[in-house]
Each structure stands twice: as structure tokens, then as C-alpha cells.
Design a protein around this ligand. Structure first.
Ligand code: MRU
Length: 347
């Protein structure tokens, strides 16, 4: 399995997802500021992977802090947490992971632990978040694979695979688990303009694993559905509200609308760290607006006339009425989500 992110004594090693599939490089990020830069520039991306990177960033920042006493370290901790939290606004796993690190830091500080012990415990916590994510994805896979047919074609959008998580993947974890159970599946990967997570990343990791994958451009899905060539859709999520509204990569909503029109099940796979049960619905989810150059250029070549403005929202919100089921690491939720997600949360 590809190593998306790894803690090392020198810093945090990540596969550079901007360069895939042509170049496979694993640079090491040696400061928390470098890690924040890697999250912002999408060296690492995907909600759970961003959470793991932020947790490791917090641990690294504390370990390498020059603070000489706890008061100084507390002030520096706030700066570290704010820098990492200011990178990408939509994926709630980022804030979930930072909050978890913050809670532990406060607990240790109030117990009077020294800096070295605090740093060691924070490193252990970041590694626990990473390990739990992989275990959670395997559970998502086990629950979700039962929903897929014994043979057929599954459409996915963006990359919700090993590269987007600590490993195994959410949406792609469901597909992996189904294939491991002997189901004969073909995957159609939407190319996912403008960053091409589908064409570059989903195709790369499934191909490497020997899973049958073909790439289609984003505007082909409707035609394939109308011809009866797609049996189910599985996607990941960046944030899920209490009522089951789902924020995911821009272009997910039109796929969900098409799936409903063609009576094709539309599944969302995500761990509980992607649930934001504090917000009642998707209208409260902040949508990241990214740099226009991602739209105006492809691989450094301008494709939009110079001076013409573009829009570049990175995510959209799919209302719960389009979602057949939400596959979580604690089980499968079906409508009404407001009750069933809450029930799983307390299970
Ligand atoms: O902008 P990205 O590449 O970080 O967006 C990623 C997605 O939208 C994924 O589908 C989502 O984070 C789930 S990853 C398991």
C-alpha cells in the first residue's frame, strides 16, 4: 500500500501528490510551517490525510519549539495550531485533528508535564490518529462492500483512496474491500477538473493495485448512466452535516443529481472524523475558493484567455435527499440521517 504520510525523526515525509502520476517523490517537511504549506498547496490532500498531516505538524512544532518554559510553549502552541488550521477551510478532519491535539496539550500542561514529555505524547497521539484512520477505513470497506453488486461498474469522483487518507481509502476502501471479497468490479474515475484527482490519483492507485479502472471526463457520467453502464456511485466527503448534507469535491453534486435521475444508488463513505454534527445542515459548511490559476492553466499552459476571470470553488454540497446511504466506520446510516447519524454517534 502506498505510504501517503509518514512520521520520521527528520520530519514528516509525504508523497507529493501534485507530481503524480508522472513523478513519484517523497519529500520530507521539516517544520510545522512547511507542513502547513504542503497542505495548502495540495502536496497532501483529502480530508483524513489533511487531518493526519496537521496532527503531525502540531507534534513537530512542539518537539522543535525553542520555548524555554511552559508559558512560552503555550503561546507557541496557539501559533502552531492557528497556522495549521488556516490552511484549508472545508475538510473538518483538519479541525477535528487539531482539536484532539489541543485537548491533549492542555491536559499535559495542566498536569505540569515538561516539554519533552509533552512532545513525546503529542507524537504518539498523531501516530494514533494515523493508525485509527487506517483501521476505520478497513471497517468502512467491510460495511460498504456489502452494498455493491457482485459484478458491475462503480463511478467515483475525485480521489477518496489511500492517497486521501492514512491508507486504504474511504470510497476506494469500499471498492478495495469488495474486490477482496471476490466481486468483479470495474471503476470509472471522473477526471475531476481542475486538479485532476480522478485522472491522476484515483487512476494511479487503482492501477497499481490491479483494480480495473478507466478514466472518463467529468461531462461523460450522464451519458454513461443513461446507457445503463453504471451500477452505483461511491464518493468520499470533506464534511457531513447533522442532517446528512455532504460537502465533497466540486462536481459531486451534479453526479448525485444524475444518479437520482437514473435510479442509481449514490453512496458516501467517510469516517466519523468527517462528521460535523454541530452544524444542522450543509449551508453552514465553508467552501474553499482556490487560486484562479488552477482553472486558467493546465500543467502550466494557459487554457483560458489572459484577463478572463474564472470561478474556482473547490467543493460543493450535495443535499441529503440525493444520498442513498452514508457508510461510516461505525456502520451504515440511511435516511432519516438526523436520527440515524446521531444514533451511530452514540453507538
Ligand atoms: O481538494 P481535495 O483533493 O483535498 O478534495 C478531496 C475530496 O474532495 C475527497 O473526496 C474527500 O476529501 C474525501 S477523501 C477520503
Amino acid at each position: 500500500m502506498v505510504k501517503t504520510i509518514e512520521w520520521t525523526e527528520e520530519g514528516v515525509r509525504m508523497i507529493d501528490q501534485r507530481k503524480l502520476p508522472t513523478v513519484e517523490e517523497y519529500p520530507i517537511f521539516k517544520t510545522y510551517r512547511d507542513i502547513a504549506g504542503a497542505i495548502r498547496s495540495m502536496v497532501i490532500r483529502g480530508a483524513p490525510a489533511i487531518g493526519v498531516a496537521a496532527a503531525m505538524g502540531v507534534a513537530l512544532g512542539v518537539r522543535d519549539s525553542k520555548a524555554t518554559n511552559m508559558a512560552e510553549l503555550r503561546a507557541e502552541f496557539d501559533e502552531i495550531a492557528e497556522t495549521l488550521a488556516g490552511t484549508r477551510p472545508t475538510a473538518v478532519n483538519l479541525f477535528w485533528a487539531i482539536e484532539r491535539m489541543k485537548r491533549l496539550f492542555k491536559e499535559l500542561a495542566s498536569e505540569g508535564a515538561d516539554k519533552r514529555l509533552v512532545a513525546d505524547r503529542l507524537i504518539q497521539e498523531a501516530l494514533a490518529i494515523q493508525a485509527e484512520d487506517i483501521e476505520g477505513n478497513k471497517r468502512i470497506g467491510r460495511f460498504g462492500q456489502e452494498l455493491l453488486p457482485n459484478s458491475g461498474t462503480i463511478l467515483t469522483h475525485c480521489n477518496a483512496g489511500a492517497l486521501a487518507t492514512a491508507g486504504y481509502g474511504t470510497a476506494l476502501g469500499v471498492i478495495r474491500a469488495a474486490v477482496e471479497h471476490g466481486k468483479r468490479l470495474r471503476v470509472l474515475a471522473d477526471e475531476t477538473r481542475p486538479f485532476l484527482q480522478g485522472a491522476r490519483l484515483t487512476a494511479w492507485e487503482l492501477w497499481k493495485d490491479g483494480i480495473d479502472v478507466r478514466v472518463i471526463s467529468d461531462n461523460m457520467a450522464g451519458s454513461f448512466m443513461r446507457q445503463g453502464l453504471i451500477d452505483a456511485v461511491v464518493v468520499g466527503a470533506d464534511r457531513i452535516a447533522a442532517n446528512g448534507d455532504v460537502a465533497n469535491k466540486i462536481g459531486t453534486y451534479p453526479v448525485a443529481v444524475l444518479a437520482k435521475q437514473h435510479e442509481i444508488p449514490f453512496y458516501v463513505a467517510a469516517p466519523f472524523s468527517t462528521l460535523d454534527l454541530k452544524i444542522p445542515d450543509g449551508s453552514h459548511i465553508p467552501i474553499e475558493q482556490r487560486d484562479p490559476s488552477e482553472m486558467t492553466h493546465i500543467s502550466g499552459v494557459r487554457v483560458v484567455p489572459d484577463g478572463v476571470p474564472v470561478f474556482n470553488p473547490a467543493f460543493d454540497v450535495t443535499p441529503n435527499s440525493f444520498v442513498t446511504a452514508i457508510i461510516t466506520d461505525r456502520g451504515i446510516a440511511v435516511p432519516p440521517y438526523i436520527e440515524n447519524l446521531r444514533r451511530l454517534n452514540h453507538s
